[in-house]
Design a protein around this ligand. Structure first.
Ligand code: UDP
Length: 364
């Protein structure tokens, strides 16, 4: 049994307010990590950009200009920080308040918090939520992992393998609050779902094409991050029955997602995990996804969905025709067995125990 209750400071993504959807899956991940650790008796304070909202725990909002998303910095060999940067301001707050905490938990996919790690007098755990996208970030992940072994975690093996020093990263998986999702045994009528930020790396066009070919309605849930891309899809696949549902709260999302026959996940990048996949499982919805990145570690081909070759729309269509082979309850069972908050909370707690107990500032 855990005897030590830790005081933990979580630092959210600096690309957007918590709850806005701009941060993608990391917003849910941070809040679920907080829930998992609070359930184990730890105290959590969240620091996030101004305009954030959460009902999970104490929130401190920090003003400043948002950081540009790392997806727009692919291949970058320089670091970009705006004037009066919210990232800088969040880390100034962390420096000033660090002595009230046992550990800081960073959720920014950014160079700065990694670089700052040795200058703090508390251990910093880093959650790297995306695959390697740029040499400048990759190099800083490597340097930090040498100075602080075990301080950096990723979701999946596939994500770790994209980094030069991937074997030095912890594979931490994910957890969901199962009680937030209702299992739906059978949807009222056949339809497809697509969930995510509407942005080219997420490959919505392939799902639209599959929907057009099969004649099934496609419900699209998520923030429109690239308006021109979205307009192009609607024009190009004008014969597809696409329903844009908006960016919904978890509760509204699960209600509508549960009524779909399958979730299509068609990313064109190495998806580090894909939260939407486990949210679908929680509702009993099978996942048809490309056989790449974290998704190939999540979806059990023929059991909880289908894995098809990346970019193969004919593969998606064939999988859709085989959906009756999937028992929706098996999806929910996989979620409960592998992605519960309890199991994930144990893993996170062990990670922090190790970082806190063995913490010593590096000698230069
Ligand atoms: N999401 C949401 N409401 C919506 C659509 C999506 O809250 O209407 C959330 C979803 O719960 C998931 C995130 O958006 O946590 C998408 O994360 P994912 O890991 O699938 O992709 P990312 O955006 O991080 O690339």
């Amino acid at each position: 049994m855990n005897k030590t209750n830790y005081r933990l400071l979580f630092l959210s993504t600096p690309v957007g307010a918590l709850g806005s959807g701009i941060g993608g899956g990391v917003e849910l991940t941070l809040q679920n990590a907080a829930k998992a650790l609070i359930a184990k008796g730890h105290e959590v304070e969240i620091v996030a950009p101004e305009g954030s909202a959460t009902n999970v725990t104490k929130l401190t909002q920090i003003a400043g200009n948002m950081q540009t998303s790392a997806q727009t910095q692919v291949g970058a060999d320089l670091v970009v920080l705006p004037q009066n940067s919210v990232l800088e301001n969040m880390w100034s707050y962390a420096r000033e308040s660090q002595n009230q905490f046992d550990l800081l938990f960073n959720f920014a996919y950014d160079w700065l918090p990694l670089y700052l790690t040795p200058f703090f007098n508390r251990p910093i755990a880093h959650w790297i939520s995306m695959s390697s996208l740029s040499p400048v970030m990759d190099a800083m992940v490597s340097k930090t992992s040498h100075l602080f072994p075990n301080a950096i975690a990723v979701n999946t093996r596939a994500c770790a393998d994209t980094f030069s020093d991937g074997d030095r990263l912890m594979i931490m998986g994910k957890g969901l609050d199962v009680s937030q999702y209702n299992f739906v045994k059978q949807p009222e009528k056949p339809s497809l779902a697509w969930v995510g930020r509407i942005s080219p790396e997420k490959g919505l066009e392939d799902a639209a094409k599959a929907a057009q070919s099969t004649g099934l309605p496609l419900h699209v849930f998520g923030l429109i991050q690239d308006r021109a891309y979205w307009e192009q899809i609607k024009t190009f696949f004008s014969k597809a029955e696409i329903h844009y549902e908006g960016f919904l709260s978890t509760d509204e999302l699960q209600k509508k997602l549960g009524q779909c026959s399958a979730l299509l996940m068609t990313p064109r990048w190495v998806e580090a995990f894909g939260n939407a996949a486990i949210e679908a499982f929680a509702c009993g919805v099978p996942v048809i996804s490309y056989n790449s990145g974290g998704l190939k570690e999540i979806v059990r081909h023929g059991k909880t969905g289908f894995l098809v070759e990346m970019g193969s729309v004919s593969g998606l269509i064939e999988a859709i025709s085989q959906l009756d082979q999937i028992d929706r309850f098996t999806c929910r069972q996989q979620l409960e067995a592998e992605y519960s908050l309890e199991v994930w909370g144990d893993r996170l707690e062990k990670w922090f125990d190790n970082l806190i107990t063995n913490y010593s500032k590096p000698r230069f």
